[in-house]
Ligand binder design. Structure first.
Ligand SMILES: *Cc1c(COP(=O)(O)O)cnc(C)c1O
Length: 450
């Protein structure tokens, strides 16, 4: 690219100033570039042959890589793969394991987006799902078939705050060489590291606690690097058999890292939910304060949950940090640093009371998100859980009077004062008699009469 100054205008407008000067910035630089230059033909050939270095941001980017290393370390995993959303992380993890004709066993208390992915999208690709009660270990075992390729659950579920017995469910899968994939969004590696309890793959919505400030979407998959071809190779021919060109299998090339490498080299870049380097940078910044936020948010949530439980307007509080929660003992075993910040509270006044509280809070923000530094509130029956039947909602702990809180880092007295003023005026709201559910959407089975 010599002699740029003598070149024509159109040449100069694209080449001048493309600095290659090196510097040593303290913060992770944002490599906001589609690709990377090669210094010679051997370097480009080596990149395509072995994946060395960086070539194109969909297959690798230094900013993304730095965040992946950090998250893999915090989870105690072998490697992490950053993708563009939590939904993409779940999709990539499952498509790395299952294909047409295969089967998954999944907890019935999972994020609605994941449930839709399984019931609508993966079902159309020929991947079948059996849903089981998270706590029923016999149900997990009984649901496994010769075609089962993964067990899937969330560490701490929305809305009932059920705790997954990671070790017990992992062990049931391990008897048959089947990996447990867990969505640990609600717990983060600060509260729980599922790989230490036997899970094989962890996914997160990085949009939530990992980024922490509600500015970006992201997702991450962490593999444990313990793939065992002898125990599991028969279930995963795409890892154990030679590749399309007759070359060595992933298991031969990568040994116990085969599953993670397959996700990184084959699934994520081909389906293509690549993260923006700018978003990766913001997730990396967020992770730097993760422990401080999780500690504060868990402490705030416990204080708010205790306060709510003592209020006359409140029927129940489903927070695993409270001794009244059915999974409190299991929570104490797995969540030794705090119980997270997301929980539900069900008001005696039903939908009218919930509507009133959601619309009366001033400090707490009414929106659909969680894990933010700011406290948030949402009415699940009419939003996140509106696609479920009444019976399914009740099983999930969602009633007309239920609101979900995601408690932030604010001064807890201010949060309590905000809820206090919202609840104080609940008493004056008429309960309104019978009323059609605000969350009703079309189909008759969804109609709720309160
Ligand atoms: C938000 C969320 C997801 C989806 O993540 P996105 O980043 O919104 O795509 C998946 N699982 C859980 C538990 C979540 O809370």
């Amino acid at each position: 690219m010599g002699a740029q100054e003598d070149a024509g205008f159109s040449t100069r407008q694209v080449h001048v100033g493309a600095s290659t000067a090196t510097a040593s910035p303290r913060a992770t630089p944002i490599y906001l570039t589609a690709g990377f230059t090669f210094s010679d033909l051997d370097e480009s050939a080596a990149h395509f042959a072995t994946g060395s270095g960086f070539g194109y941001s969909r297959t690798g980017n230094p900013t993304v890589h730095a965040v992946e290393e950090r998250i893999a370390s915090l989870e105690g995993g072998d490697q992490a793969i950053l993708v563009s959303s939590g939904q993409a992380a779940v999709t990539v993890a499952l498509l790395g394991l299952a294909g047409a004709g295969d089967h998954l066993v999944v907890s019935e208390h999972i994020y609605e987006g994941t449930r839709g992915l399984l019931l609508d999208n993966l079902a159309r690709l020929g991947i079948e799902t059996t849903f089981v009660d998270t706590s029923d270990l016999d149900a997990w075992r009984d649901a496994i078939t010769p075609r089962t390729k993964a067990l899937f659950a969330e560490t701490l579920s929305n809305a009932r705050n059920d705790v997954l017995d990671v070790a017990a469910v992992s062990a049931i899968g391990a008897e048959r060489g089947i990996p447990l994939v867990v969505d640990s969004t609600f717990t983060t590696p600060y509260l729980l590291r599922p790989l230490e309890h036997g899970a094989a793959v962890v996914v997160h919505s990085a949009s939530k606690f990992l980024a922490g400030q509600g500015a970006v979407l992201g997702g991450v998959i962490i593999d444990d690097g313990r793939f065992d071809a002898a125990a599991s190779g028969h279930l995963f021919p795409h890892l154990a058999h030679s590749d399309r060109l007759g070359g060595p299998s992933y298991a031969e090339k990568y040994g116990r890292r085969a599953r993670g490498q397959y996700l990184r080299e084959s699934v994520a870049p081909r389906f293509g939910p690549s993260p923006s380097p700018l978003n990766a940078f913001l997730i990396g910044q967020g992770v730097e304060t993760l422990s401080l936020r999780m500690e504060r948010q868990s402490a705030n949530a416990l204080a708010v949950a205790r306060w709510l439980e003592a209020r006359p307007e409140v029927e129940r509080v489903d927070y695993v940090g409270l001794p009244s929660h059915p999974h409190h003992a299991l929570g104490r075993r797995y969540l030794t640093r705090g119980s997270g910040s997301v929980f539900t509270v069900t008001l005696r006044g039903g939908l009218d009371a919930a509507r009133h509280v959601v619309q009366s809070v001033r400090l707490i923000t009414h929106m659909t998100h969680l894990g933010d530094v700011r406290s948030l509130i949402l009415h699940p029956q009419s939003t996140s859980h509106s696609g479920r039947t009444v019976a399914e909602r009740e099983l999930a702990g969602v009633f007309p009077g239920t609101v979900r809180l995601s408690i932030g880092i604010e001064d807890v007295d201010d949060l309590v004062a905000d809820l206090d003023q919202a609840l104080d005026s609940v008493a004056s709201v008429a309960t309104g008699g019978r009323r059609t559910d605000a969350g009703t959407r079309g189909s008759e089975r969804e109609v709720v009469v309160l």
